[in-house]
Design a protein around this ligand. Structure first.
Ligand SMILES: C[S@@+](CC[C@H](N)C(=O)[O-])C[C@H]1O[C@@H](n2cnc3c(N)ncnc32)[C@H](O)[C@@H]1O
Length: 207
């Protein structure tokens, strides 16, 4: 393995196994064969549990990381995942339009990387699932997007993750009454304060 690959992964995985635990919990709840992860940086944890993952990022360190195919495969092989691994990487800007088919993926991942649901939701199958955390406002963006319906929440406790589908109507309730629109979310560029704060949300694409 290229030493730089090892270094970048060690830094990414500083809370050791945290993302492995997250994606294992997601895989237990979502039957996904194909996954799209824009704004991934070097987080290859989805490949520990999902067979085919397409990663995308514009950071200049990421092409070299993913070009170390053997190194990346070695990191993945250290985890007890599916036998077939397809790891694809695109170096690019997801907001500029991505040359991937529409309605193609079973799972779209949006973690700390901006308005991915807005720009890349089209690549998710109808019936597919968006995993999104609230930090950059993308959970709020999905919550006002008619293509998406809240279908679960991801809760974290004591370093582990669990899914819940209970009382979903009690989530995404702003602490302060405010009008949430696409324009206001773009302007704020950050998440909304909600009365409940799970780690992330699952939205199903319904149209
Ligand atoms: C804070 S990091 C999060 C990385 C990873 N999702 C995680 O949770 O560990 C945000 C990443 O999103 C990428 N990013 C932000 N905007 C992007 C865009 N428009 N197109 C592609 N990548 C983008 C950045 O380059 C960076 O690697």
């Amino acid at each position: 393995m290229n030493p730089k690959t090892a270094e970048l992964w060690a830094k990414q995985d500083q809370h050791q196994g945290d993302r492995f635990r997250l994606f294992s919990a997601v895989a237990a709840a979502v039957d996904a064969k194909t996954v799209f992860y824009p704004g991934c940086y070097v987080d290859i944890a989805p490949s520990f549990v999902f067979g085919s993952v397409t990663y995308l990022d514009l950071d200049k360190r990421t092409p070299k990381f993913f070009a170390d195919v053997d190194g990346v495969a070695e990191i993945i092989a250290n985890h007890d995942g599916p036998d077939v691994h397809e790891v694809k990487f695109i170096h690019g800007d997801y907001a500029a339009g991505v040359d991937l088919p529409d309605e193609h993926f079973d799972l779209l991942v949006s973690l700390y990387a901006g308005f991915i649901s807005e720009h890349c939701g089209r690549h998710l199958k109808v019936g597919g699932v968006l995993l999104v955390n609230p930090s950059h406002g993308d959970a709020a963006m999905a919550s006002i997007d008619p293509r998406f319906e809240l279908s679960g929440v991801v809760k974290s406790s004591q370093g582990g993750y669990g899914m819940s589908v209970k009382d979903l109507d009690t989530y995404l309730v702003p602490k302060k009454p405010q009008e949430i629109t696409v324009d206001s979310l773009h302007k704020w560029g950050r998440g909304i304060g909600y009365t409940k704060s799970p780690f992330a949300y699952l939205f199903t694409r319904v149209v």
